[in-house]
Ligand binder design. Sequence first.
Ligand code: SPQ
Length: 428
Amino acid sequence: MALLTLKTNIKKLSGELSVPGDKSISHRSVMFGSIAHGQTRVTNFLPGDDCLSTISCFRKLGVMIEENENELFINGNGFSGLKESNEILDVGNSGTTIRLLLGILAGRPFFSSLIGDHSIGKRPMTRVTAPLAKMGAVIDGRENGSFTPISIRGGKLSPIQYELPVASAQVKSALILAGLQAEGVSTIIEPAATRDHTERMIRKFGGEIQNENGVITVSGGQRLTAQSIHVPGDISSAAFFLVAGAIIPNSEIVLKNVGLNPTRTGIIEVMRQMGAKIEIISMGDDSFEPVGDIVIKTSNLKGTVIEGELIPKLIDEIPIIALLATQAEGDTLIKDAEELKVKETNRIDTVVNELKKLGASIEATDDGMIIRGKTALTGGTVSSHGDHRIGMMLSIAALLCENEVSLDEPEAISVSYPNFFSHLDSLI
Ligand code: SPQ
Protein backbone atom coordinates (compact mmCIF):
# COMPACT_ATOMS: atom_id res chain seq x y z
CA MET A 1 0.00 0.00 0.00
CA ALA A 2 1.10 3.56 -0.71
CA LEU A 3 2.01 5.99 2.06
CA LEU A 4 -1.03 7.19 4.00
CA THR A 5 -1.29 10.92 4.77
CA LEU A 6 -2.40 11.23 8.38
CA LYS A 7 -4.60 13.92 9.94
CA THR A 8 -2.51 16.59 11.70
CA ASN A 9 -3.02 19.80 13.70
CA ILE A 10 -6.17 18.65 15.47
CA LYS A 11 -7.50 21.12 18.05
CA LYS A 12 -10.23 19.03 19.66
CA LEU A 13 -11.55 15.44 19.92
CA SER A 14 -15.02 14.70 21.23
CA GLY A 15 -17.66 12.00 21.15
CA GLU A 16 -18.45 8.47 22.19
CA LEU A 17 -17.01 5.19 20.89
CA SER A 18 -17.39 1.46 21.40
CA VAL A 19 -13.97 -0.01 20.59
CA PRO A 20 -13.98 -3.48 18.93
CA GLY A 21 -13.91 -6.74 20.86
CA ASP A 22 -10.84 -7.77 22.84
CA LYS A 23 -8.25 -9.59 20.72
CA SER A 24 -6.97 -11.91 23.47
CA ILE A 25 -10.52 -12.94 24.46
CA SER A 26 -11.64 -13.33 20.82
CA HIS A 27 -8.79 -15.80 20.13
CA ARG A 28 -9.59 -17.78 23.26
CA SER A 29 -13.33 -17.87 22.50
CA VAL A 30 -12.58 -19.68 19.20
CA MET A 31 -10.11 -22.04 20.88
CA PHE A 32 -12.35 -22.92 23.82
CA GLY A 33 -15.42 -23.17 21.57
CA SER A 34 -13.46 -25.67 19.47
CA ILE A 35 -12.33 -27.90 22.39
CA ALA A 36 -15.66 -27.77 24.28
CA HIS A 37 -18.67 -29.98 23.58
CA GLY A 38 -21.62 -28.35 21.79
CA GLN A 39 -22.27 -25.06 19.99
CA THR A 40 -20.59 -21.94 21.42
CA ARG A 41 -22.01 -18.56 20.39
CA VAL A 42 -19.63 -15.59 20.44
CA THR A 43 -20.85 -12.00 20.10
CA ASN A 44 -18.76 -8.84 19.61
CA PHE A 45 -15.98 -11.03 18.17
CA LEU A 46 -13.04 -9.01 16.81
CA PRO A 47 -12.82 -9.56 13.03
CA GLY A 48 -9.16 -8.44 12.97
CA ASP A 49 -6.62 -10.31 10.85
CA ASP A 50 -5.08 -12.12 13.86
CA CYS A 51 -8.39 -13.56 15.06
CA LEU A 52 -9.33 -14.52 11.49
CA SER A 53 -6.06 -16.53 11.39
CA THR A 54 -7.22 -18.41 14.50
CA ILE A 55 -10.57 -19.21 12.86
CA SER A 56 -8.83 -20.41 9.71
CA CYS A 57 -6.48 -22.74 11.68
CA PHE A 58 -9.37 -24.35 13.61
CA ARG A 59 -11.38 -24.82 10.42
CA LYS A 60 -8.38 -26.64 8.93
CA LEU A 61 -8.41 -28.85 12.04
CA GLY A 62 -11.98 -29.87 11.21
CA VAL A 63 -14.04 -27.50 13.40
CA MET A 64 -17.22 -26.09 11.85
CA ILE A 65 -17.31 -22.33 12.50
CA GLU A 66 -20.07 -20.08 11.11
CA GLU A 67 -19.38 -16.34 10.87
CA ASN A 68 -22.06 -13.67 10.72
CA GLU A 69 -20.54 -10.16 11.05
CA ASN A 70 -19.24 -10.02 14.66
CA GLU A 71 -21.08 -13.17 15.71
CA LEU A 72 -19.66 -16.70 15.57
CA PHE A 73 -21.12 -20.15 16.07
CA ILE A 74 -18.45 -22.74 16.86
CA ASN A 75 -19.40 -26.40 16.78
CA GLY A 76 -16.98 -28.11 19.17
CA ASN A 77 -16.58 -31.85 19.71
CA GLY A 78 -14.03 -31.81 22.52
CA PHE A 79 -10.26 -32.11 22.09
CA SER A 80 -10.80 -35.37 20.22
CA GLY A 81 -12.97 -33.58 17.64
CA LEU A 82 -9.80 -31.96 16.23
CA LYS A 83 -8.47 -33.83 13.18
CA GLU A 84 -5.16 -33.89 11.32
CA SER A 85 -5.09 -31.21 8.63
CA ASN A 86 -3.77 -31.90 5.15
CA GLU A 87 -2.85 -28.21 4.92
CA ILE A 88 -0.25 -26.08 6.71
CA LEU A 89 -1.70 -24.04 9.60
CA ASP A 90 -0.88 -20.39 8.84
CA VAL A 91 -1.05 -18.11 11.90
CA GLY A 92 -0.28 -14.93 9.91
CA ASN A 93 1.07 -12.24 12.26
CA SER A 94 -0.38 -13.71 15.45
CA GLY A 95 1.85 -14.80 18.35
CA THR A 96 -1.19 -15.71 20.45
CA THR A 97 -2.49 -18.08 17.76
CA ILE A 98 0.73 -20.04 17.32
CA ARG A 99 1.70 -20.32 20.99
CA LEU A 100 -1.74 -21.33 22.31
CA LEU A 101 -2.38 -23.62 19.34
CA LEU A 102 0.90 -25.45 20.04
CA GLY A 103 -0.40 -26.11 23.59
CA ILE A 104 -3.60 -27.63 22.15
CA LEU A 105 -1.80 -29.65 19.45
CA ALA A 106 0.70 -31.04 21.98
CA GLY A 107 -1.99 -33.44 23.21
CA ARG A 108 -3.44 -34.39 19.81
CA PRO A 109 -2.22 -37.69 18.36
CA PHE A 110 -1.46 -36.39 14.88
CA PHE A 111 0.99 -34.32 12.85
CA SER A 112 0.63 -30.57 12.26
CA SER A 113 2.81 -28.06 10.50
CA LEU A 114 2.69 -24.34 11.40
CA ILE A 115 3.93 -21.20 9.69
CA GLY A 116 3.39 -17.46 10.00
CA ASP A 117 4.52 -14.23 8.37
CA HIS A 118 7.98 -12.65 8.35
CA SER A 119 7.52 -11.16 11.85
CA ILE A 120 6.35 -14.48 13.36
CA GLY A 121 9.46 -16.07 11.85
CA LYS A 122 11.58 -13.89 14.16
CA ARG A 123 9.61 -14.43 17.40
CA PRO A 124 10.98 -16.94 19.93
CA MET A 125 9.07 -20.23 20.18
CA THR A 126 11.43 -22.21 22.45
CA ARG A 127 9.61 -20.69 25.40
CA VAL A 128 6.65 -22.93 24.49
CA THR A 129 8.25 -25.73 22.47
CA ALA A 130 10.75 -26.66 25.25
CA PRO A 131 8.20 -27.20 28.07
CA LEU A 132 5.70 -28.86 25.68
CA ALA A 133 8.45 -31.29 24.56
CA LYS A 134 9.09 -32.05 28.25
CA MET A 135 5.42 -33.01 28.57
CA GLY A 136 5.81 -35.48 25.68
CA ALA A 137 5.06 -33.65 22.41
CA VAL A 138 7.45 -34.22 19.50
CA ILE A 139 8.31 -30.81 18.09
CA ASP A 140 10.80 -29.56 15.56
CA GLY A 141 11.38 -26.29 13.78
CA ARG A 142 14.02 -24.01 12.39
CA GLU A 143 17.08 -23.66 14.67
CA ASN A 144 16.18 -26.67 16.85
CA GLY A 145 12.53 -25.79 17.32
CA SER A 146 13.15 -22.12 18.09
CA PHE A 147 11.44 -20.55 15.09
CA THR A 148 8.78 -21.21 12.44
CA PRO A 149 8.19 -23.26 10.35
CA ILE A 150 7.37 -25.64 13.23
CA SER A 151 6.10 -29.22 13.09
CA ILE A 152 4.43 -30.95 16.00
CA ARG A 153 3.26 -34.51 16.62
CA GLY A 154 1.21 -34.58 19.79
CA GLY A 155 0.15 -37.53 21.93
CA LYS A 156 -0.04 -38.76 25.49
CA LEU A 157 1.18 -35.99 27.82
CA SER A 158 2.64 -36.09 31.33
CA PRO A 159 1.69 -33.23 33.64
CA ILE A 160 4.31 -30.52 34.16
CA GLN A 161 5.68 -28.60 37.14
CA TYR A 162 7.09 -25.47 35.57
CA GLU A 163 8.33 -22.11 36.73
CA LEU A 164 7.91 -19.64 33.84
CA PRO A 165 11.24 -17.93 33.04
CA VAL A 166 9.34 -14.89 31.66
CA ALA A 167 6.02 -13.35 32.67
CA SER A 168 4.06 -14.41 29.57
CA ALA A 169 0.33 -15.10 29.29
CA GLN A 170 0.96 -16.96 26.04
CA VAL A 171 3.42 -19.42 27.57
CA LYS A 172 1.21 -19.86 30.65
CA SER A 173 -1.84 -20.46 28.42
CA ALA A 174 -0.06 -22.95 26.14
CA LEU A 175 0.93 -25.01 29.19
CA ILE A 176 -2.57 -24.79 30.68
CA LEU A 177 -4.08 -26.00 27.38
CA ALA A 178 -1.60 -28.90 27.29
CA GLY A 179 -2.23 -29.51 31.01
CA LEU A 180 -5.96 -29.96 30.29
CA GLN A 181 -4.95 -32.99 28.17
CA ALA A 182 -2.28 -34.46 30.50
CA GLU A 183 -2.71 -37.41 32.85
CA GLY A 184 -2.62 -35.71 36.26
CA VAL A 185 -2.23 -32.25 37.76
CA SER A 186 0.06 -29.63 36.19
CA THR A 187 1.53 -26.75 38.21
CA ILE A 188 2.66 -23.53 36.50
CA ILE A 189 4.32 -20.76 38.50
CA GLU A 190 4.24 -17.16 37.23
CA PRO A 191 7.01 -14.69 38.16
CA ALA A 192 4.42 -11.86 37.94
CA ALA A 193 0.68 -11.86 37.22
CA THR A 194 -0.16 -11.83 33.50
CA ARG A 195 -3.54 -11.57 31.75
CA ASP A 196 -5.79 -14.34 33.08
CA HIS A 197 -8.31 -14.72 30.23
CA THR A 198 -7.47 -18.42 29.73
CA GLU A 199 -8.20 -19.20 33.38
CA ARG A 200 -11.49 -17.24 33.24
CA MET A 201 -12.46 -19.09 30.03
CA ILE A 202 -11.88 -22.50 31.67
CA ARG A 203 -14.22 -21.57 34.52
CA LYS A 204 -16.78 -20.11 32.11
CA PHE A 205 -16.78 -23.39 30.12
CA GLY A 206 -17.44 -25.36 33.32
CA GLY A 207 -13.87 -26.44 34.10
CA GLU A 208 -11.69 -25.91 37.15
CA ILE A 209 -8.35 -24.15 37.61
CA GLN A 210 -6.75 -22.72 40.75
CA ASN A 211 -4.40 -19.78 41.19
CA GLU A 212 -2.89 -19.36 44.68
CA ASN A 213 -0.50 -16.40 44.66
CA GLY A 214 0.81 -17.12 41.19
CA VAL A 215 0.87 -20.94 41.59
CA ILE A 216 -1.59 -22.25 39.00
CA THR A 217 -2.87 -25.82 39.13
CA VAL A 218 -4.97 -27.54 36.50
CA SER A 219 -6.04 -31.20 36.09
CA GLY A 220 -6.13 -33.10 32.83
CA GLY A 221 -9.21 -34.86 31.47
CA GLN A 222 -11.81 -32.16 32.23
CA ARG A 223 -14.87 -31.97 30.01
CA LEU A 224 -15.69 -28.43 28.84
CA THR A 225 -19.20 -27.45 27.77
CA ALA A 226 -20.17 -24.91 25.07
CA GLN A 227 -21.16 -21.42 26.25
CA SER A 228 -22.44 -18.06 25.08
CA ILE A 229 -19.60 -15.52 25.21
CA HIS A 230 -19.90 -11.75 24.84
CA VAL A 231 -16.44 -10.30 24.16
CA PRO A 232 -15.82 -6.97 25.97
CA GLY A 233 -14.23 -4.00 24.17
CA ASP A 234 -10.42 -4.21 23.95
CA ILE A 235 -8.66 -1.98 26.50
CA SER A 236 -5.51 -2.21 24.34
CA SER A 237 -7.49 -0.58 21.49
CA ALA A 238 -9.20 1.90 23.85
CA ALA A 239 -5.70 2.92 25.00
CA PHE A 240 -5.11 4.88 21.75
CA PHE A 241 -8.18 7.05 22.40
CA LEU A 242 -7.43 7.38 26.13
CA VAL A 243 -4.08 8.90 25.23
CA ALA A 244 -5.53 10.97 22.35
CA GLY A 245 -8.17 12.44 24.68
CA ALA A 246 -5.54 13.33 27.29
CA ILE A 247 -3.06 15.04 24.91
CA ILE A 248 -5.28 16.84 22.34
CA PRO A 249 -6.59 20.21 23.65
CA ASN A 250 -10.31 20.74 24.46
CA SER A 251 -11.11 17.03 24.33
CA GLU A 252 -13.60 14.77 26.03
CA ILE A 253 -14.13 11.17 24.87
CA VAL A 254 -16.38 8.46 26.29
CA LEU A 255 -15.33 4.86 25.64
CA LYS A 256 -18.18 2.38 26.16
CA ASN A 257 -18.05 -1.27 27.32
CA VAL A 258 -14.29 -1.54 27.71
CA GLY A 259 -12.88 -4.70 29.31
CA LEU A 260 -11.49 -3.79 32.75
CA ASN A 261 -9.91 -7.07 33.80
CA PRO A 262 -7.41 -6.03 36.53
CA THR A 263 -4.60 -7.91 34.74
CA ARG A 264 -5.02 -5.47 31.81
CA THR A 265 -5.70 -2.08 33.42
CA GLY A 266 -2.09 -0.96 33.99
CA ILE A 267 -2.62 1.89 31.51
CA ILE A 268 -5.35 3.40 33.71
CA GLU A 269 -3.08 3.19 36.78
CA VAL A 270 -0.24 4.90 34.91
CA MET A 271 -2.42 7.60 33.39
CA ARG A 272 -3.78 8.43 36.84
CA GLN A 273 -0.22 8.49 38.22
CA MET A 274 0.66 11.00 35.47
CA GLY A 275 -2.29 13.24 36.35
CA ALA A 276 -4.76 12.29 33.61
CA LYS A 277 -8.42 13.19 34.06
CA ILE A 278 -9.70 9.65 33.61
CA GLU A 279 -12.86 8.33 35.18
CA ILE A 280 -14.71 5.01 35.12
CA ILE A 281 -18.35 6.04 35.03
CA SER A 282 -20.13 2.70 35.12
CA MET A 283 -19.10 -0.88 35.70
CA GLY A 284 -21.07 -3.94 34.60
CA ASP A 285 -21.33 -6.84 37.06
CA ASP A 286 -20.09 -9.57 34.75
CA SER A 287 -18.06 -12.10 36.74
CA PHE A 288 -16.59 -13.57 33.51
CA GLU A 289 -14.72 -10.40 32.45
CA PRO A 290 -15.38 -6.99 34.12
CA VAL A 291 -16.52 -4.22 31.76
CA GLY A 292 -17.08 -0.46 32.17
CA ASP A 293 -17.37 2.94 30.49
CA ILE A 294 -14.40 5.34 30.67
CA VAL A 295 -14.31 9.13 30.25
CA ILE A 296 -11.07 10.91 29.37
CA LYS A 297 -10.51 14.67 29.20
CA THR A 298 -7.55 16.85 28.16
CA SER A 299 -5.06 16.72 31.03
CA ASN A 300 -1.91 18.36 32.41
CA LEU A 301 0.52 15.47 32.67
CA LYS A 302 3.73 14.82 34.59
CA GLY A 303 6.46 12.21 33.99
CA THR A 304 6.62 8.97 35.97
CA VAL A 305 8.47 5.67 36.42
CA ILE A 306 6.88 2.48 35.04
CA GLU A 307 8.49 -0.78 36.14
CA GLY A 308 8.26 -4.20 37.83
CA GLU A 309 4.97 -6.05 38.21
CA LEU A 310 3.07 -3.27 36.44
CA ILE A 311 4.79 -4.09 33.11
CA PRO A 312 2.79 -7.25 32.20
CA LYS A 313 -0.43 -5.31 32.93
CA LEU A 314 0.36 -2.76 30.20
CA ILE A 315 2.95 -4.45 27.98
CA ASP A 316 1.02 -3.80 24.73
CA GLU A 317 0.26 -0.19 25.73
CA ILE A 318 3.91 0.87 26.09
CA PRO A 319 4.12 2.34 22.56
CA ILE A 320 1.15 4.66 23.19
CA ILE A 321 2.32 5.41 26.77
CA ALA A 322 5.64 6.55 25.26
CA LEU A 323 3.72 9.06 23.15
CA LEU A 324 1.77 10.19 26.23
CA ALA A 325 5.08 10.76 28.02
CA THR A 326 6.32 13.10 25.26
CA GLN A 327 3.45 15.42 26.33
CA ALA A 328 4.14 15.19 30.10
CA GLU A 329 6.32 17.64 32.03
CA GLY A 330 9.60 16.00 33.11
CA ASP A 331 11.12 12.58 32.46
CA THR A 332 9.35 9.25 32.16
CA LEU A 333 11.39 6.10 32.70
CA ILE A 334 10.15 2.71 31.47
CA LYS A 335 12.12 -0.24 32.94
CA ASP A 336 11.89 -4.06 33.09
CA ALA A 337 10.29 -4.19 29.64
CA GLU A 338 12.81 -6.35 27.68
CA GLU A 339 9.87 -8.42 26.40
CA LEU A 340 9.10 -5.52 24.04
CA LYS A 341 12.06 -6.68 21.94
CA VAL A 342 10.23 -9.88 20.91
CA LYS A 343 6.84 -8.50 19.89
CA GLU A 344 5.64 -7.93 16.28
CA THR A 345 8.71 -5.67 16.02
CA ASN A 346 11.40 -4.78 18.53
CA ARG A 347 9.06 -2.24 20.12
CA ILE A 348 11.83 -0.47 22.03
CA ASP A 349 13.60 0.34 18.77
CA THR A 350 10.54 1.05 16.63
CA VAL A 351 8.93 3.36 19.22
CA VAL A 352 12.16 5.29 19.83
CA ASN A 353 13.19 5.59 16.16
CA GLU A 354 9.76 6.56 14.83
CA LEU A 355 8.92 9.06 17.59
CA LYS A 356 12.35 10.68 17.14
CA LYS A 357 11.47 11.30 13.48
CA LEU A 358 8.49 13.36 14.69
CA GLY A 359 10.66 15.44 17.04
CA ALA A 360 10.34 13.56 20.36
CA SER A 361 13.19 13.47 22.87
CA ILE A 362 13.39 9.76 23.58
CA GLU A 363 16.20 7.25 24.14
CA ALA A 364 16.32 3.46 24.18
CA THR A 365 17.75 1.62 27.19
CA ASP A 366 18.48 -2.11 27.57
CA ASP A 367 15.09 -2.81 29.14
CA GLY A 368 12.91 0.11 28.12
CA MET A 369 13.24 3.82 27.33
CA ILE A 370 13.59 7.32 28.74
CA ILE A 371 11.27 10.02 27.42
CA ARG A 372 11.92 13.70 28.13
CA GLY A 373 8.84 15.93 28.03
CA LYS A 374 7.22 18.08 27.10
CA THR A 375 8.11 18.35 23.40
CA ALA A 376 6.25 19.79 20.43
CA LEU A 377 5.92 17.21 17.65
CA THR A 378 6.67 18.36 14.12
CA GLY A 379 6.07 15.91 11.27
CA GLY A 380 7.72 13.67 8.68
CA THR A 381 7.51 10.22 7.12
CA VAL A 382 7.19 7.34 9.59
CA SER A 383 6.53 3.60 9.35
CA SER A 384 4.54 1.03 11.30
CA HIS A 385 7.20 -1.52 10.26
CA GLY A 386 4.26 -3.92 9.91
CA ASP A 387 3.36 -3.55 13.62
CA HIS A 388 -0.29 -2.61 14.26
CA ARG A 389 0.36 -0.93 17.61
CA ILE A 390 3.18 1.21 16.18
CA GLY A 391 0.92 2.25 13.26
CA MET A 392 -1.89 3.36 15.58
CA MET A 393 0.47 5.13 18.00
CA LEU A 394 1.96 7.14 15.10
CA SER A 395 -1.52 8.03 13.80
CA ILE A 396 -2.37 9.49 17.23
CA ALA A 397 1.02 11.28 17.39
CA ALA A 398 0.28 12.89 14.00
CA LEU A 399 -2.82 14.61 15.44
CA LEU A 400 -0.42 16.82 17.43
CA CYS A 401 1.98 17.52 14.55
CA GLU A 402 2.21 20.90 12.85
CA ASN A 403 3.56 19.62 9.52
CA GLU A 404 2.50 16.81 7.19
CA VAL A 405 2.87 13.20 8.44
CA SER A 406 2.91 10.17 6.11
CA LEU A 407 2.62 6.61 7.41
CA ASP A 408 4.21 3.66 5.62
CA GLU A 409 2.64 0.17 6.00
CA PRO A 410 -0.65 1.46 7.50
CA GLU A 411 -2.41 -1.81 6.57
CA ALA A 412 -0.83 -3.53 9.62
CA ILE A 413 -3.45 -1.79 11.77
CA SER A 414 -6.13 -4.27 10.62
CA VAL A 415 -4.41 -6.96 12.73
CA SER A 416 -6.28 -5.70 15.81
CA TYR A 417 -8.42 -2.68 14.80
CA PRO A 418 -9.79 -2.82 11.22
CA ASN A 419 -12.01 0.29 11.65
CA PHE A 420 -9.46 2.38 13.57
CA PHE A 421 -9.42 5.32 11.12
CA SER A 422 -13.22 5.59 10.85
CA HIS A 423 -13.44 5.59 14.67
CA LEU A 424 -10.76 8.29 14.86
CA ASP A 425 -12.55 10.38 12.20
CA SER A 426 -15.81 10.19 14.17
CA LEU A 427 -14.13 12.06 17.07
CA ILE A 428 -12.67 14.90 14.95
O1 SPQ B 1 -0.63 -12.19 19.58
P1 SPQ B 1 0.55 -11.28 19.57
O2 SPQ B 1 1.04 -11.10 18.18
O3 SPQ B 1 1.66 -11.76 20.48
O4 SPQ B 1 0.03 -9.86 20.09
C1 SPQ B 1 0.44 -8.93 21.12
C2 SPQ B 1 -0.15 -7.53 20.66
O5 SPQ B 1 0.48 -6.49 20.79
O6 SPQ B 1 -1.30 -7.56 20.22
C3 SPQ B 1 1.94 -8.86 21.38
F1 SPQ B 1 2.67 -8.50 20.43
O7 SPQ B 1 -0.23 -9.19 22.37
C4 SPQ B 1 0.05 -10.31 23.24
C5 SPQ B 1 0.61 -9.79 24.56
O8 SPQ B 1 1.75 -9.03 24.39
C6 SPQ B 1 -1.25 -11.04 23.47
C7 SPQ B 1 -1.22 -11.95 24.66
C8 SPQ B 1 -2.30 -12.94 24.85
O9 SPQ B 1 -3.40 -12.80 24.25
O10 SPQ B 1 -2.08 -13.89 25.63
C9 SPQ B 1 -0.23 -11.86 25.62
C10 SPQ B 1 0.91 -10.93 25.54
O11 SPQ B 1 2.06 -11.64 25.07
P2 SPQ B 1 3.05 -12.45 26.07
O12 SPQ B 1 4.18 -12.85 25.18
O13 SPQ B 1 3.46 -11.46 27.11
O14 SPQ B 1 2.33 -13.59 26.63
